[in-house]
Design a binder for this molecule. Structure first.
Ligand SMILES: Cc1ncc(COP(=O)(O)O)c(C=O)c1O
Length: 325
């Protein structure tokens, strides 16, 4: 990996508003000097490196990511050992999806600069335990869109509610208001792209809590289960696993689900992509919400129906998701 000082491609400078806030010589911080075990969040900026104070403002008020949600992000888990060494789950796959999201939005993406920034950030993050790496890219400032783009990343400890969800969750269905095939050949709707415009997904979480449950499951207007606001759906009938197809539904291609399918298939378990109605889902032999931070959350209750629970099978799904089957 090139050092952060090699990031300064002409097109990445100046980046965001860091320059306006602090002289750049103070913003790039030597990795050795970061006492990351003491901080609760790490912030790094594309073209600058790790920021010495994670509370320092790094965005301009007219950034299009802020004013329009015009950008994309990706997120994955970071696991840090007690000696402070961090490893990032499926980094290349997440960076590939991040690049695809950027391409879908027609925002320039500099793979090597991102790789370098992530490497610097991971080296600086030494707080033991599980954390979440979030990479964010916006079209830049409204005054000069796309020139340069804004790129940020954060690393912060995983939320307690995510850890709790691994033991089991209650879920409410929420009507997503469109048919299951609405995204077929309508690329400008940005189906499957992890945009920064997540207000609906966050609102779904609030609605779930208002209804007294842990999470939500989006359902199409024609009655098919789609995905969670921040997770994919997996279900089981006997020795057969299935998930929602990506084509036409506009759902995100979940990396956790892909990893689970890969390991399950290697063990001879049948895996498939199909649409399922909520009624049929409640008759399954088990259902889970999968995502990169929480990983595997068994759905114990869906609306008013108690779902079949099989801790031994959940243990297998966990093993597939973490590559420890
Ligand atoms: C809408 C949506 N679907 C599915 C997922 C699960 O994707 P992954 O397993 O790659 O985290 C996420 C999480 O990022 C999401 O936001």
């Amino acid at each position: 990996m090139p050092p952060s000082s090699a990031l300064n491609a002409q097109e990445l400078q100046p980046t965001s508003c860091v320059d306006a806030v602090v002289p750049s010589s103070r913003t790039i911080r030597a990795v050795e000097a970061v006492a990351a075990s003491e901080i609760s969040q790490l912030v790094a900026v594309l073209g600058h490196g790790v920021i010495d104070d994670p509370d320092r403002p790094v965005l301009c008020a007219d950034d299009l990511g802020l004013t329009r949600g015009d950008g994309c992000f990706d997120a994955t888990r970071v696991v840090t050992d007690t000696d402070g060494t961090s490893r990032i789950d499926h980094l290349e796959t997440h960076l590939d999806r991040f690049a695809r999201s950027a391409a879908g939005l027609e925002i320039p993406f500099h793979s090597e600069a991102w790789r370098s920034l992530v490497a610097d950030a991971a080296a600086a993050w030494t707080r033991p335990g599980e954390a979440v790496l979030r990479v964010m890219l916006t079209r830049g400032r409204e005054a000069t869109p796309g020139d340069p783009v804004t790129g940020l990343l954060t690393i912060a400890p995983i939320h307690e509610s995510a850890l709790a969800g691994r033991a089991g969750i209650s879920v409410t269905t929420l009507d997503r208001g469109h048919a299951a095939d609405m995204f077929t050949e309508v690329s400008w709707l940005l189906g499957g792209i992890k945009t920064l415009s997540y207000a609906i997904n966050v609102a779904a979480g609030r609605e779930a809590r208002r209804r007294g449950v842990d999470d939500a499951l989006f359902v199409s207007s024609d009655g098919f289960a789609l995905e969670g606001p921040r997770a994919s759906l997996l279900w089981r009938f006997g020795d057969r696993l299935a998930t929602t197809p990506i084509d036409g539904t506009g759902i995100l291609a979940s990396i956790t689900q892909a990893v689970v399918f890969e390991h399950a298939a290697a063990e001879g378990v049948s895996v498939s992509y199909e649409l399922i109605t909520v009624d049929d889902l409640t008759g399954s032999d088990g259902a889970w919400l999968l995502s990169s931070g929480r990983l595997v959350a068994p759905i114990l209750q869906l609306d008013d129906v108690q779902l079949a629970s099989d801790p031994a099978f959940t243990e297998r799904v966990w093993g597939w998701a973490t590559g420890h089957s």
